[in-house]
Design a protein around this ligand. Structure first.
Ligand code: C2E
Ligand code: CA
Ligand code: CA
Length: 277
């Protein structure tokens, strides 16, 4: 028994070492990717549930390593833990604003772009200045940027909360991402100037089969309506899901049913085909 225990221990440390070295490799590759500007954005449309009009686009990071597309679920956590994510705030904001200007040039006016910010990014002291100068450079209005943060990000620390308040005062829109999955404390809907609730994909995916999920979705839509802010159903994959969301008064839809996230050029082709601008 003793020797097998020891064997298990060895196995365990080897596993850990391998995981640690894989991570170091990944970190190194990510540093290089940032320097070489290999991390780019794709954009996914957000449309009105009632008439299908385009309201916004969400910017989502993509990293292509040779033939391999590494999903954000694998590399974003590493960027966050190493703090490398803060180096991307400026580039992401610029690319997002440039995308809006490209849409404007094709006749799609008054669209907004939603940018995901993690706690590390939200607590940066220069965040507001960075957003202000980027908006100025691209001649865009504050309400054309929506910052997507999760509930736990908002609770993270005082710096995050200060910046969230400042962004709201400045006029940047605030959306609560993955709403309903975090430590929901509805008091911060009062404390912060929240403009939109994004109903987490997991609820949308099961709401047509699971009555509990359906109730949760209805409650969030009702809450948003009562507060006079937008509800966004995310991860909408089926016709029946968009129909039901519309019927309960959900304001906006986002998901593969409408369109996958795509590079800017593909988005413009998609928009021209769909809206014929
Ligand atoms: P998220 O902010 O919740 O983004 C929504 C995710 O759902 C995206 O995954 C999107 O591609 C995916 N999605 C959209 N529609 C559907 C659908 O109909 N069905 C399904 N199954 N999935 C759908 P993605 O692009 O892999 O991003 C994963 C996460 O990585 C994001 O979750 C966000 O937390 C993070 N992330 C992505 N880009 C950024 C970024 O620029 N900055 C930061 N801080 N985090 C980012
Ligand atoms: Ca998001
Ligand atoms: Ca989400």
């Amino acid at each position: 028994a003793k020797s097998s225990g020891r064997g298990a221990f060895h196995f365990f440390t080897t596993e850990l070492q391998e995981a640690a070295s894989r991570r170091l490799t990944l970190e190194g590759q990510l540093r290089q990717a940032i320097e070489r500007e290999e991390i780019v954005l794709h954009f996914q449309p957000q449309v009105r549930a009632d008439d299908g009009r385009l309201v916004g686009i969400e910017a989502l990071m993509r990293w292509r390593q040779g033939e391999l597309a590494v999903p954000p679920s694998q590399f974003v956590p590493v960027l966050e833990e190493t703090g490398l994510i803060t180096r991307l705030t400026g580039p992401v904001l610029r690319e997002a604003c440039a995308a809006l200007k490209a849409l404007e040039a094709h006749g799609f006016m008054d669209v907004r772009v939603a940018v995901n910010l993690s706690a590390r990014q939200l607590q940066e002291p220069e965040l507001l200045t960075l957003i202000e100068s980027t908006l100025e450079r691209f001649v865009l209005r504050p309400e054309q940027i929506e910052v997507e943060i999760t509930e736990s990000t908002l609770l993270d620390n005082a710096l995050c909360q200060d910046n969230a308040v400042k962004l709201g005062v400045f006029g940047v829109r605030l959306a609560l991402d993955d709403f309903g999955t975090g430590y929901s404390s509805l008091t911060y809907l009062k404390r912060f100037d929240v403009d939109a609730l994004k109903i987490d994909r997991s609820f949308v995916q099961d709401m047509l089969e699971d009555p509990d999920d359906a109730q949760i979705v209805k409650a969030v839509v009702g809450l948003a309506a009562g507060l006079g802010i937008d509800s966004i159903g995310e991860g909408v994959e089926q016709d029946a899901q968009s129909t039901w969301l519309e019927s309960i008064g959900c304001d906006l839809l986002q998901g593969y049913r409408i369109a996958h996230p795509m590079p800017l050029n593909d988005l413009i082709v998609w928009l021209e085909t769909r809206y014929g601008a």
